[in-house]
Design a protein around this ligand. Structure first.
Ligand code: ADP
Ligand code: NA
Length: 332
């Protein structure tokens, strides 16, 4: 009974990388012509759950906006916003803080990973992060959220919050949102460690390909990527035991818009000394035009700010009525 609507967000907290591109940005751009209303968000309120230098944050938010557009998102077709410019996200998050349970948050693996052994010193915001994420999604009554694997648990929590709200207040007001996790690159791994996902927060720059890396840097990082000494197999099953090889093949498939089986068929028996340069050429061919467009847009700050102001106006036409109804239901 809910109209299909898509929401997804990315943190403006450092370098956009190949995992963000393949797991998120590229798919957003591909989906925008399906005629479903879509909202894409720079989640700056999420970024400050850990310390951000204010000037860096402002720059990263604009750079992320440039990244969305350079990846092919059309701000006329989709609604492109910066989270803090749409205050209903934070307002609904407070209500959800009162719906969600402490125990639910404590079970989140991202909380455990990010807070680590020093949880007493983590911010309260980092702990409550999934509640704000639920609000980001549900303030639009979004039905679908395209994300990478890493966000699956947070999406389950979003459904739990919606279900508990609906149950506690005896309404059918918030949808049970579906994660959309598909394609070869739902989990791009670190180039240095096949057991860790590629991430903005990895201290090793060699672990990731940044969307703004130049061609030489991309080639060097791929050349130095950790691999095993065996040539590529002739079937995908054998990749299961070889996480680093699988990662590079997955990246190739996602960049080339090819099934993994096709990549294996084309490159079976090749050594990495041969495969890696092909992958580097492909990555440069796909990423260089995007980096170029990002840098052009970064020179047009007024244009970016205008796009975000317009996006916030369009977003608030959706979020303000939903917040008002929520307040009514709650008795506020
Ligand atoms: P990061 O984890 O690097 O800080 P975000 O949390 O801002 O990135 O995630 C933004 C989007 O990019 C989410 O949809 C997330 O699932 C996706 N994403 C992040 N890292 C990866 C990865 N290594 N592989 C695939 N998708 C990813
Ligand atoms: Na993440």
């Amino acid at each position: 009974t809910f109209t299909p609507r898509v929401f997804s967000g990315i943190q403006p907290s450092g370098n956009l990388h190949l995992g963000n591109y393949l797991g998120a940005l590229k798919r957003f751009a591909a989906a925008q012509n399906e005629g479903i209303e879509s909202i894409y968000c720079m989640v700056d309120l999420h970024a400050i759950t850990v310390w951000q230098d204010p000037a860096d944050l402002r720059r990263a938010t604009r750079e992320l906006c440039a990244g969305f557009i350079a990846s092919g998102l059309d701000p006329e077709k989709s609604i492109l916003i910066n989270q803090s410019q749409v205050p209903e996200h934070a307002q609904l998050a407070w209500i959800f803080n009162c719906v969600a349970r402490m125990g639910w948050m404590q079970r989140m693996t991202q909380w455990k990973d990010k807070a680590g052994k020093n949880a007493q010193n983590a911010s309260l915001g980092l702990f409550a992060y999934p509640s704000l994420m639920a609000a980001d999604i549900l303030i639009y009554h979004a039905t679908h959220v395209p994300v990478g694997e890493d966000q699956k648990q947070h999406l389950e929590l979003t459904r739990d919050i919606a279900a508990k709200f609906n149950h506690d207040y005896g309404v059918d007001f918030f949808p049970l949102t579906e994660p959309v996790i598909e394609g070869a690159a739902t989990r791009v791994m670190s180039l240095r460690d096949g057991s860790k996902k590629m991430s903005k927060s990895d201290p090793s720059d060699a672990s990731r390909i940044n969307m703004t890396d130049d061609a030489d840097t991309i080639a060097k990082k791929i050349r130095k990527a950790k691999t095993d000494p065996e040539p590529l197999p002739d079937n995908t099953d054998e990749l299961d035991e070889r996480p680093e090889a699988r990662n590079l093949v997955n990246i190739y498939a996602a960049l080339a818009d090819m099934p993994v089986e096709q990549v294996i068929a084309d490159h079976a028996g090749q050594n990495f000394a041969t495969f890696k340069p092909s992958l580097a050429d492909l990555a440069v061919a796909k990423l260089a035009p995007i980096a170029e467009e990002m840098s052009r847009l970064m020179g047009e700050q007024d244009e970016i700010d205008r796009i975000l102001t317009r996006g916030a106006e369009r977003a608030r036409a959706i979020t303000a009525p939903i917040l008002r109804q929520t307040y009514d239901i709650v008795g506020l």
